[in-house]
Design a protein around this ligand. Structure first.
Ligand code: NAD
Length: 427
């Protein structure tokens, strides 16, 4: 299905980001570094990625012609462990965005206490315009191109926007043809190939856990609380499902094709079945349609952006009517909008905390692969819960002690751990 945007959504998208993604990320890093009184040498090292890789991804189209795309892998920092981060297929992928997302991974893995560094990758194209066979050839060629720089103890990719367990299976197979059995080279694989039970749902489950902890901490009853979710892919749909099971009322959801709204709340398992069959939330019965731009400004308790970056920005922040933002997506809030939200007393559970469930269970998958073990879904979910609640408590304690936003507190926790590891290693 092609991507379609209404006039209002187009205007909204054009207004979206006025600052480069990496500059926005560094503005937040510098603010946290100031609060930590971080040593200038360490600060300048952590500002720069360790390695940036750009590759030409040549592949054959179904009609026999040769085509090529540009792919990236940015390895931001590995003082705490091998580089770790997802790979996204999206037309808006560029080096600047990948660089920013890689840095976020460094703070995220440190914050939740998994022994990884930070990386990110992507290919700039719209996968909906390519056949299954073309996607397989693109994925395999990309992984072949970055082969010297990945490995179970070097750099471990995972799924992100528009990539999934099938893409991870192709990556793993491509790598193993050169290096032998090595399932730990990627996470988010199919369970049949060494993937972990609970990994597919992990990011969304984590978003739901952080929503629940936020509700509890700030004295909101989650049962019956209204939730709006932008994006109904891996993160958004699992977050909706787990929050629905927790008793929350999901009143609006959207995907790239459009949004739907029902003030009474959706029966999420039915909506998920509908999306599996039709490929979109659009047209779901007993709902009125809503544009993505309007969905973000609906009155609700919890707004969960779970699609693109920069969607909460100066053009719409004044209109937001939620009580809390739980960042399922990476970098959905620009720094200027984040400041306004703080002034408006809308509390934000930041991306590096709210969506850290994915990398946490990726770590569990990696450990199971290295030890050739298989844990039950219940074991995985319990360990995930423990790690995320511990990270939430650390962030909230610092937020209260220093009177800083939850984002600043989360950055401070993550950056402090990475800076300490850097100092201990020496240069
Ligand atoms: P996905 O491809 O599975 O789903 C993305 C969803 O967003 C789809 O429903 C898509 O239709 C929708 N979407 C795309 N453009 C949109 C637009 N303009 N308006 C509204 N909806 C739009 O991707 P995902 O894995 O769910 O990732 C979503 C976000 O979460 C990304 O920012 C990603 O970096 C972040 N994230 C993902 C994981 C993970 O484990 N998958 C982990 C951490 C963070």
């Amino acid at each position: 299905m092609g991507r379609s945007m209404s006039g209002k959504d187009k205007k909204f998208a054009e207004n979206k980001v006025c600052m480069s993604s990496f500059d926005a990320c560094m503005q937040q890093f510098n603010a946290a570094a100031d609060l930590l009184d971080l040593d200038a040498d360490i600060r300048s090292t952590l500002c720069k990625p360790d390695r940036e890789i750009a590759v030409e991804v040549m592949f054959r189209r179904d009609d026999g012609s040769l085509d090529s795309l540009t792919g990236y892998r940015v390895q931001h920092n590995n003082v705490c462990g091998p580089f770790k981060g997802g790979i996204r297929f999206h037309p808006e992928v560029d080096l600047d965005e990948v660089r920013a997302l890689a840095a976020l991974m460094t703070w995220k893995t440190a914050l939740v206490g998994v022994p990884f560094g930070g990386a990110k990758g992507g290919i700039a194209f719209d996968p909906s315009e390519y056949s299954h066979g073309e996607l397989e050839r693109i994925s395999r060629r990309f992984f072949r191109e970055i082969d010297p720089d990945v490995g179970p103890h070097r750099d471990i990719p995972a799924p992100d926007m528009n990539t999934n367990e099938q893409v991870m299976a192709w990556f793993m197979d491509e790598y193993e043809q050169r290096h032998g059995h090595a399932p730990a080279v990627v996470t988010g694989k199919p369970v049949e190939l060494g993937g972990s039970l609970g990994r597919a749902a992990a990011t969304g489950r984590g978003v739901a856990i952080i929503t629940r902890e936020t509700a509890q901490h700030f004295g909101v009853d989650l049962s019956g609380a209204s939730v709006v979710i932008q994006g109904f892919g891996n993160v958004g749909s699992y977050a909706a499902d787990v929050l629905y099971q927790m008793g929350a009322k999901i009143i609006a959801v959207s995907d790239v094709h459009g949004g739907i709204h029902n003030a009474g709340g959706f029966t999420i398992p039915e909506l998920i079945d509908y999306v599996k069959e039709r490929g979109s939330v659009v047209g779901y019965p007993h709902a009125e349609s809503i544009e993505n731009a309007d969905l973000l400004t609906l009155p609700c308790d919890f707004l969960i952006p779970a699609a693109l970056g920069g969607v909460i920005n100066e053009s719409n922040v004044d209109e937001l009517q939620c009580r809390f933002v739980i960042e399922g997506a990476n970098a959905p809030t620009t720094p200027a909008a984040a400041e306004k939200l703080w002034d408006k007393k809308i509390r934000v559970a930041p991306d590096i905390l709210a969506n850290a469930g994915g990398v946490t269970v990726s770590y569990f998958e990696w450990v199971q692969n290295l030890q050739q073990l298989n844990w039950t879904e219940d074991q995985v979910n319990k360990m995930l819960e423990k790690k995320l609640v511990a990270a939430f408590n650390r962030v909230v304690a610092l937020h209260e002690k220093k009177n800083v936003s939850l984002r600043m507190a989360a950055y401070m926790v993550g950056i402090k751990i990475v800076a300490k590891a850097f100092m201990l290693r020496g240069a």
